[in-house]
Design a protein around this ligand. Structure first.
Ligand code: TYD
Length: 132
């Protein structure tokens, strides 16, 4: 089974600032079908709290910081994201949540599938059964 992991991105820096880039099928292990972003998260809020049957994701903290909690049904891990030049790859069938958003944080999420509510597993017990 694939595992969640941090993937580094190029950082092209000069006196004008930095530029990082992601290209289709380069560095991240899926074809990008969708991008969405999460912002203006009030202090103390928790997002996610579900798994996807098929979607894989790559999450980058474009601004500020937050934590991503991932759980494969057996092992839980926390990844703190706070730089624009790396991100977290989350395989399918992984319970995930996001918390500890800093003020003005901006999370970019690239996904391997179009949005489909039927892809969500929102019940933790159902998730555990799917993993068995
Ligand atoms: P949701 O997946 O519940 O957010 P989170 O995982 O951060 O808790 O999505 C919030 C709302 O946005 C929900 O009404 C569905 C909608 N949405 C879309 O329309 N398209 C998308 O690609 C996503 C991710 C969400």
């Amino acid at each position: 089974m694939d595992r969640p992991r941090i993937i580094q991105l190029p950082k092209n820096g000069d006196r004008r600032g930095n530029l990082s880039v992601i290209e289709q099928l380069d560095r991240i292990p899926f074809k990008i079908e969708r991008a969405f972003w999460i912002y203006d998260v009030p202090g103390g809020e928790y997002r996610g709290g579900h798994a996807y049957r098929e979607s894989e994701e790559f999450i980058v903290a474009l601004s500020g910081s937050f934590d991503v909690l991932v759980d494969d049904g057996t092992q839980k891990q926390v990844f703190s994201l706070n730089r624009s030049y790396y991100g977290l790859y989350v395989p399918k069938r992984m319970w995930r949540g996001m918390e500890n958003f800093s003020t003005n944080s901006l999370a970019l999420v690239l996904s391997s599938t179009p949005y489909d509510e039927a892809d969500y597993i929102r019940d933790y017990e159902e998730f555990k059964q799917v993993k068995r």
